[in-house]
Design a protein around this ligand. Structure first.
Ligand code: HEM
Length: 144
């Protein structure tokens, strides 16, 4: 078991899997929200479908992004307040994004447009995601 953990950690560290996966989460969530907002505003169904499916992919990849973050944890991250926030906010996002996708799916299944409350919740999650990316980048590029 611990050999498997060590092998996974080596893979994640060697190939920088966390910094690679964060790009998918960071791109797919805003693409989804923007497509839903514009699709709703101009009544374009194909854009709303982009909103649905891009969030579905984000929901699949984000738990992997968070798991790779744990395996990417380094000694100099310990005790850094910004990284403690990064760690737990990342875990929250790994749960919230799939929940948001489930909510989004319910609108699709009922043939409805995503509601304003849904879009507002999505905007809050996006704001948290921007903060998350900023805190990770700050640790990598300048230390916090
Ligand atoms: C949605 C979830 C997450 C996102 C979007 C995210 C985003 C990021 C970003 C953008 C970076 C900078 C990467 C770079 O430019 O090289 C980063 C670094 C990092 N993240 Fe995350 N992260 C997430 C979750 C997590 C979790 C759950 C953990 C750990 C428990 C974690 C641990 C780390 C570590 C250790 C670094 C590198 C810090 C260093 O170089 O010392 N991340 N993250």
């Amino acid at each position: 078991m611990s050999q498997l953990f060590e092998a996974l950690k080596h893979l994640v560290m060697e190939y920088k899997i966390h910094p690679i996966l964060v790009n998918f989460t960071a791109a797919l969530v805003p693409v989804s929200l923007f497509s839903d907002v514009v699709g709703r505003a101009i009544g374009k169904k194909s854009l709303e479908e982009v909103g649905l499916w891009s969030l579905f992919y984000a929901a699949c990849v984000t738990p992997l992004t968070a798991a790779a973050g744990w395996l990417f944890w380094m000694k100099d991250d310990v005790g850094v307040p910004g990284m403690a926030i990064h760690k737990w906010l990342g875990m929250a996002l790994a749960a919230l994004i799939p929940l948001l996708a489930l909510w989004r799916w319910r609108f699709y299944a009922r043939g409805r447009q995503p509601s304003r409350i849904y879009l507002a919740a999505g905007a809050l999650i996006l704001a948290a995601l921007i903060y998350q990316g900023n805190s990770g980048g700050a640790q990598v590029f300048s230390g916090m």
